[in-house]
Design a protein around this ligand. Structure first.
Ligand code: MTE
Ligand code: MO
Length: 430
């Protein structure tokens, strides 16, 4: 019996209107009311004024920043190494269950995994968005045991790089894009356990004037185009922080692995992976809007289809579907078999998935194997008995509870973020 999609009530599109918020905080910056360490004045003026977009393109990413940027083993049958990063092979996820095993989870490192000790670790909250004299910016510290002593919550959520699927802008749409050439393996789902960021903020003494937070990682400074952009950090609007963000210390029932943020990472459900800062060491709590390279130069959409100064910072992930198959997998002719895959959306639960085994000529509705939920994927399958030999393409198209449906062509952007089109998966029948 096909599982009927029974999503819980669709979420409101967003509690945070990023576009309006962004416009407001850029104006505040112009008025001298916002902080933008590590972002040039020129860069912010570019964002403000709708001038030529092309001047703002980032330099290509540097090659290896360290010899061993990732701690865990990366067997080639599980991972494709891409510079300081490792992409999960989808065929390795066949039969692994709903949650991605920690050993198989993709790694996206700007530099290298720092091996930290929970006993020495401190989380420092500071800034004029905390109560106390604004000039003091009274810092508050929490140790690992302090966090462990707070009420724990668990939630299943994907972490997905904003650039997941980027390579299909080029291979399916002939668009030139910058950044790591991910196929579709820069995503994983885990059961995260930790504390609500909201609880920690309240304990630290949140001021009614706080508007932005900025978690920062303890990994090395990121150098791009010969210039240090500082440690990885990205402003997070307070409304999202209070909604559903965790400070996670466990992943699938184990302490966070070194590569995934040990001892503590931020986990921002449904948003692009960059929001989920690993190895978090401090969080600025600000009464003024904040900017970093990760919400100005990076993680905005640039290109002919977007505003000249770039879009608002990207937040929610888009919609995707993937087969648990190697590219170029082979199938014996005349034999029935099941094709398995997964679909997910940053805007709600998956409502339905349609599959084509003939390059898009005809479609069937897939059987769903999970009760569709927001923030995570839904596994599905169809049966297929190929009746002719030769090369063909398998396609899967998801629709979510917010009414989004994967298009045939994704709207391009220069950095190749948020690919959402149906991917043509090549296979051969023999
Ligand atoms: N401190 C820190 N946090 C980080 C990063 C990083 O390089 N340093 N990479 C970000 C990006 S771009 C992504 S996609 C996710 C990847 O999380 P994972 O490596 O646990 O899969 O972590 C985010 N958090
Ligand atoms: Mo990412």
């Amino acid at each position: 019996m096909p599982a009927s999609p029974a999503p819980s009530s669709p979420r409101p599109a967003s509690r945070v209107d990023e576009t309006a918020y962004d416009r407001r905080r850029l104006r505040q910056w112009l008025a001298g009311d916002a902080r933008a360490d590590g972002v040039s004045r020129r860069r912010l003026l570019t964002l403000l004024a709708a001038t030529a977009a092309a001047t703002a393109l980032p330099a290509p990413r540097p090659a290896h920043a360290a010899d061993t940027p990732i701690v865990k083993p990366l067997p080639p049958e599980w991972f494709i190494q891409r510079g300081t990063n490792a992409e999960t092979r989808w065929e390795a996820l066949r039969g692994t269950g709903h949650h991605t095993p920690n050993e198989l989870f993709f790694v996206r490192n700007h530099t290298a995994t720092p091996v930290l000790d929970a006993a020495d670790w401190r989380l420092r909250l500071w800034g004029d968005g905390l109560r106390g004299k604004p000039s003091e910016g009274r810092p508050v510290e929490f140790g690992y045991d302090d966090l462990r002593a707070l009420p724990a919550v668990s939630r299943t959520a994907f972490v997905e790089c904003a650039g997941n699927g980027r390579t299909y802008y080029t291979t399916q749409q002939q668009e030139a894009v910058t950044g790591t050439s991910w196929t579709l393996g820069a995503v994983g789902v885990a059961r995260w356990r930790g504390v609500r960021l909201a609880d920690v903020l309240r304990k630290a003494g949140l001021s009614p004037y706080a508007v932005d937070l900025q978690p920062r990682g303890l990994d090395a400074e990121y150098v791009s185009g010969g210039e240090s952009l500082g440690r990885v950090r990205r402003p997070l609007p307070l409304a999202k922080a209070l909604d559903d963000v965790l400070l996670a210390y466990e992943m699938n029932g184990e302490p966070l692995p070194y590569d995934h943020g040990y001892p503590v990472r931020v986990l921002v459900p449904s948003w692009v992976g960059i929001a989920s800062i690993k190895w978090v060491g401090d969080i600025e709590v600000s009464a003024q809007p904040l900017f970093s390279p990760w919400n100005t130069t990076f993680y905005r959409l640039f290109g002919p289809a977007h505003p000249a100064e770039g879009s608002a910072p990207v937040t929610r992930q888009t919609l995707k579907s993937v087969f648990e198959l190697a590219s170029g997998a082979t199938f014996p002719v005349g034999r029935g078999q099941a094709l398995h895959g997964r679909s997910w959306s940053g805007a709600g639960a998956v409502a339905r998935v349609d599959v084509s085994t003939d390059g898009g000529a005809s479609w069937r509705t897939a059987r769903l194997h999970d009760r569709p939920r927001a923030d995570t994927w839904t596994r599905w399958s169809v049966t297929w008995k190929p009746d002719a030999t030769g090369a063909t393409h398998l396609l899967a198209r998801a629709t979510d509870t917010a009414g989004r449906r994967q298009p045939d062509v994704a709207v391009p952007n220069t950095q190749g973020y948020l690919f959402d089109a149906v991917v043509r998966h090549p296979v051969t029948v023999i």
